[in-house]
Design a protein around this ligand. Structure first.
Ligand code: SF4
Length: 219
């Protein structure tokens, strides 16, 4: 694995994670109409809110090419963003629709589809270079981490911006608001995955509570 060079925010042809690149080659053969490439972040670079997910889903972002578009989590996430004024529409239909995010940017800890939705720690570190650049250039006021992997990826990268940050002091918990000195406010949420929503771990009300907290900091 090699670190991306320069200041690029995205590399549409990135193959730095060999396992993921080969997996995408395989999936592309099976689903030739799917996007099957690193999925770029979505939303304005002036956004005060950054939402960080885990990775593209097989038939969601990996198929559509837009984060959280086309799979189970899509309607809950975009519907909630719309309800709190961060999206121009409640449903994201494709990367070519006219939906716009408002003061919000969506990204993932890992930009390529991982087998079984499980990136390795090395892949999260590797793609973290892009995440760090997004955070450095965006300078968001608030980051919402969807799930523990996203939380850990954000903290790892915030260490670059806030020297002395000790990850063990900031533990993932749904609804936790981490006020880390010299860093954006980090708010944790369970990921709006099929498992979490079908088991009732994350309900629409609980998810709305997260964005109610976001609104206290992003006006
Ligand atoms: S996951 Fe990120 S670093 Fe790895 S190949 Fe994809 S875009 Fe590159």
């Amino acid at each position: 694995m090699t670190a991306p060079s320069g200041t690029e925010l995205h590399d549409p042809a990135c193959r730095r994670c060999e396992r993921l690149a080969h997996f995408l080659d395989e999936v592309r053969r099976k689903h030739p109409t799917y996007f099957c490439a690193p999925v770029p972040s979505f939303g304005p670079m002036s956004a005060a809110l950054m939402v960080v997910g885990l990775a593209p889903g097989m038939h969601g972002a990996n198929a559509s090419g837009r984060p959280f578009t086309g799979d189970w989590c899509s309607d809950l996430l975009y519907g909630t963003l719309h309800a709190f004024g961060f999206s121009s529409a409640p449903r994201s239909l494709s990367r070519d629709d006219d939906l716009q995010l408002i003061n919000c940017r969506l990204t993932n800890a890992v930009r390529c589809l991982p087998p079984q939705n499980k990136p390795t720690p090395a892949e999260v570190r590797q793609c973290g270079t892009f995440l760090l650049r997004e955070i450095e250039q965006l300078r968001p006021r608030v980051i919402v981490a969807l799930g523990r992997v996203a939380h850990d990826a954000v903290l790892t990268n915030l260490q670059q911006l806030a020297p002395g940050l000790r990850r063990s002091e900031w533990v993932f918990a749904h609804g936790a608001v981490h006020r880390i000195p010299s860093a954006p406010i980090l708010i944790d949420s369970y990921h709006p995955s099929r498992y979490n929503t079908q088991t009732g771990r994350l309900t629409p009300e609980l998810f709305s509570d997260i964005f109610r907290q976001v609104r206290e900091h992003v006006v």
